[in-house]
Design a protein around this ligand. Sequence first.
Ligand SMILES: Nc1ncnc2c1ncn2[C@@H]1O[C@H](COP(=O)(O)OP(=O)(O)O)[C@@H](O)[C@H]1O
Ligand SMILES: [Mg+2]
Length: 187
Amino acid sequence: MQAEWAQLQQLEVKLKTLESDARIKNFIFKEADSPESIPGFPNNGEACREALAADMSRTLNLMTGIDIGVPETHVIKVSAASIDEYGTGEVVGSVQAVAEAESDLLKATMADPTIYAKIPKDCVDSLAVMDIVSLKTDRHEGNFMLGKRDDGSGAEEPTLIPIDHGLSFPSRDGMTCPEGDWTHERG
Ligand SMILES: Nc1ncnc2c1ncn2[C@@H]1O[C@H](COP(=O)(O)OP(=O)(O)O)[C@@H](O)[C@H]1O
Ligand SMILES: [Mg+2]
């Protein structure tokens, strides 16, 4: 994957995509560096866990037909100067395709609390499969984007696009520590 144009100050980059016919897509760059150390989640591993979750979503789709829809994600290295004018050396991070969505689910429910009832059951079921298999520890409304899909009759219905998988695939420590249990919420 090669950056053709970058606007890293906004943490958004245009990259060649590997997973669709579209040649170029917008991706969001997230640094791998974690400011805090969380038991069960090796530091600086967030980018790898983000990419692993996307690969898992794609593989489950190929094997079972379940469409989970984690956006295309890769681990890349960029020059630190392209993120911060005083940066030196290189920075590793994940790039994730920007989801086609107007907002995350949290903002959408604040605007329209009835939105939950409009989300199709199969969509929620497939995301539950994803979270159980990946042992994702911080699933909450801020970590879903609210997209749209065809309901089969040409009309649109809401769908959920899962993002933010940096706290997935914990070791045993991550499943029991106060910050890594399934009820813990992060941004
Ligand atoms: N793939 C994506 N598509 C669209 N927006 C995204 C995507 N990933 C992140 N965002 C936006 O950035 C915000 C923070 O991203 P997130 O991955 O949840 O990081 P954090 O670890 O800071 O919570 C999200 O709430 C969403 O608004
Ligand atoms: Mg988040």
